[in-house]
Design a binder for this molecule. Structure first.
Ligand code: DC
Length: 228
């Protein structure tokens, strides 16, 4: 049963790298007039600051100490570390790989998850990530789990990198995605998995518009029940 809370729903979108989450999350948030929260971007900003500080990715104690002295801020689609805009820098494959490693550590998740919950608490938000429907907002009104074939995901990631000026062979992109998938799915803390009540969407053979239309329909169905 859905209670009439009067606030706009929280929408979560989880799934592996290259499933198309970022694109559809941005479009869905724009169509709904909701705020977008790219939770991976927050973790990437943390990873960037860990790299800048020269801390070993496996040194959980040093990372925990570092997190106490660093401030990660989200300003719309910009990510700031201690006031410095790192939005472009955090998109590199190196930072992606480092992010996947440090997000397996308890101090990292314990520092960032409450921040994400706070940012989502007012509703009217689309969260995108790996654990947004399972751990960050398990009570979210609408949850999606996006997936696609490994070939589709690798091709998409390659195009994203090309758009950012990086030419990476498809084999290397595919290999990197497979390593990250394994790390994200098998870690003990907040592993990537579909929430039981998430709507599964395979984006392999579908256009972005088609996927967004399906998702919008699902949100509108819930939205009309939650509004008082
Ligand atoms: O979606 P992305 O490529 O920006 O995510 C980078 C890494 O961050 C990914 O390997 C897994 C991790 N991540 C996470 O552990 N939890 C989230 N909610 C979002 C991302």
């Amino acid at each position: 049963m859905i209670e009439k809370s009067g606030r706009e729903p929280v929408v979560t979108i989880d799934g592996p790298a290259g499933a198309g989450k970022s694109t559809v999350a941005r479009l869905l948030a724009a169509r709904l007039g909701y705020r977008l929260l790219d939770t991976g971007g927050m973790y990437r900003a943390v990873a960037w600051s860990v790299a800048q500080a020269g801390i070993d990715a496996d040194d959980a104690a040093a990372i925990a100490r570092h997190l106490k002295s660093v401030t990660v801020t989200v300003d719309d689609d910009r990510f700031l570390v201690d006031g410095r805009d790192v939005t472009s820098e955090i998109r590199s494959p190196e930072i992606g790989a480092l992010t996947s490693r440090i997000t397996a550590l308890a101090p990292v998740r314990e520092a960032i998850t409450p921040l994400q919950r706070r940012l989502a608490s007012a509703g009217g938000v689309v969260l995108e990530g790996r654990d947004t429907g399972t751990v960050v907002c398990p009570d979210a009104e609408v949850k999606f789990f996006l997936d696609a074939s490994i070939e589709t995901r690798a091709r998409r990631r390659q195009m994203e990198l090309a758009a950012a000026g990086r030419t990476v062979p498809l084999d290397a992109v595919r290999a990197e995605i497979m390593v990250r998938d394994a790390q994200d799915r098998t870690r003990t803390l907040a592993p990537l998995k579909k929430a039981d009540d998430a709507i599964e969407v395979d984006t392999s053979e579908r256009s972005t518009d088609d996927v967004v239309a399906t998702m919008l329909e699902a949100v509108e169905r819930i939205r009309c029940c939650t509004r008082s």
